[in-house]
Design a protein around this ligand. Structure first.
Ligand code: CA
Ligand code: CA
Ligand code: CA
Length: 443
């Protein structure tokens, strides 16, 4: 009866976080190297027109993230069948801010439309999308500044009545995404901003919509302010009638993460942030002490949030530690449901799934210097799981060990103790319960 739990359907592994959440910084120095020669060959006429307009003392700005990573984007903004050109650049002076230069082409070569100034000293993202479904696309630009964890978010708009492209909104944001949050068929801009009153910093999730040529705030909701960075935005829409659920994974310091869930309540016409607690002004119910992202771990189309609990594994020496139990929760209509439990080994790239009902008896001691986990049921060791080099695996006799999976350089294997065998733990159970983390540990 005492078998180690297995949930065979849990084969989809999780996405593990990079320990650095700002990889864009590394790209900055590369940015300028990519500039003129590359574009001359591909867009010779356009670059000539551009240089004629702004001079040669300029460099192109490649967005660090998003769908458009080139400083030159061709896109039919006004839906007339001809692409416009969006050029991101800055002048070479040290205090130069990045700018947008726009060209139109009706078949007779490039004609200058406008030149619009930006903010900061780089471009994080450019999106070109129609935010009011009038057939003319808007430009949404996140401008970055070295040393800042946030961005200036600009919306640049033009319409048939007033065709001049102009900035109609500029907001400070920590993270933003263009999504159809209210399910009306038209995209909005969801972003996290802040208000700083005397001594108190508050963060808000805000939903902006373009309406009648103006950006309006549909709603805002408080979110945890004690966040050092955001790692990802994931979305889920289970049925046509269910709300778009947005999951924001966020870092609290270097070692902790939370997930803020946001969705539009179409009856109350408001943003709902169910895991934010007004009383503590924080999201403490999804906190975990490891950098584990939310993920659809059981492949049911719904994203699960990992939350962690301390489990006392009777650790008796200083080389070992108690491994916390991770519960994977779904939120549905005011209720949280645990859909699975596991012990997650981020460093060695696997997790051990635990059956329902076994969460109070299975305990794990971790020996990180040896890359060994000792798994106990009711304080009796039933198996050890090890991460060893392939060389060691090949050179030594490990005939009593179960090979769980192998990577390029290492092998994850297990040894079932006599006590484990007596209690029904088999090779098959340990193999099926130990799931490889697909993305592994990136650092
Ligand atoms: Ca066009
Ligand atoms: Ca539009
Ligand atoms: Ca919408």
């Amino acid at each position: 009866m005492k078998k180690l739990g297995l949930i065979a359907s849990f084969t989809v592994a999780m996405c593990i976080i990079l320990s650095s959440c700002n990889s864009s910084m590394m790209l900055k120095s590369v940015n300028d190297l990519l500039a003129p020669p590359l574009y001359y060959s591909e867009y010779e006429d356009l670059v000539k027109c551009f240089k004629k307009d702004v001079g040669s003392d300029t460099s192109f700005c490649n967005p660090y993230n998003g769908d458009h990573r080139s400083a030159i984007t061709l896109e039919d903004i006004d839906n007339d069948g001809n692409d416009e050109a969006i050029v991101l650049y800055k002048t070479s002076s040290a205090d130069s801010v990045p700018r947008i230069h726009l060209f139109h082409n009706s078949g007779n070569g490039w004609e200058t439309l406008t030149d619009i100034g930006g903010y900061g000293n780089g471009v994080d993202r450019l999106a070109v999308t129609d935010l009011d479904s009038d057939g003319i696309k808007e430009l949404v630009v996140s401008w970055s500044s070295t040393g800042s964890t946030g961005y200036n978010l600009s919306v640049i708009h033009s319409d048939r009545e007033n065709p001049e492209f102009r900035e109609i909104a500029n907001e400070f944001s920590f993270i933003s995404e263009i999504l159809d949050v209210d399910s009306d068929g038209v995209d909005e801009i969801l972003f996290i901003g802040q208000n700083s009153t005397v001594g108190v910093s508050q963060r808000f999730i805000r939903l902006m919509k373009l309406s009648g040529g103006e950006i309006v705030l549909l709603d805002e909701a408080k979110t945890d302010a004690n966040i050092s960075g955001y790692s990802s935005i994931k979305t889920e829409k289970l049925t046509e009638n269910s709300p778009l659920k947005i999951y924001l994974d966020a870092f609290k310091g270097e070692n902790q993460m939370i997930t803020e869930l946001v969705y539009w309540n179409s009856e109350a016409l408001s943003l709902e942030v169910p895991f934010f607690d007004e009383e503590t002004m924080s999201n403490s119910s999804t906190i975990r002490n490891e950098l584990i992202e939310c993920s659809d771990i059981n492949n049911d189309g719904s994203i699960e949030i990992p939350v962690q609990y301390h489990v006392d594994a009777n650790v008796q020496n200083i080389d070992s530690e108690n491994i916390p139990l991770t519960s994977w929760i779904d939120y549905d209509d005011g209720e949280t449901i645990v859909v699975g439990r596991s012990f997650v080994n981020l460093k060695d790239g696997y997790m051990l799934m635990i059956d329902e009902g076994k969460e109070n008896s299975i305990k794990v001691r971790g020996y990180s210097s040896e890359k060994i986990w000792a798994v106990a049921d009711e304080n009796n060791d039933i198996c050890t799981i090890m991460n060893i080099s392939k060389q060691r695996w090949n050179e030594n006799s490990f005939e009593n060990y179960v090979l769980i999976f192998e990577n390029e350089e290492n092998v994850i294997c297990a040894y079932i103790t006599q006590n484990g065998e007596e209690n029904g733990l088999t090779e098959q159970i340990i193999k099926q319960s130990t799931v490889k983390l697909s993305q592994g540990v990136t650092k």
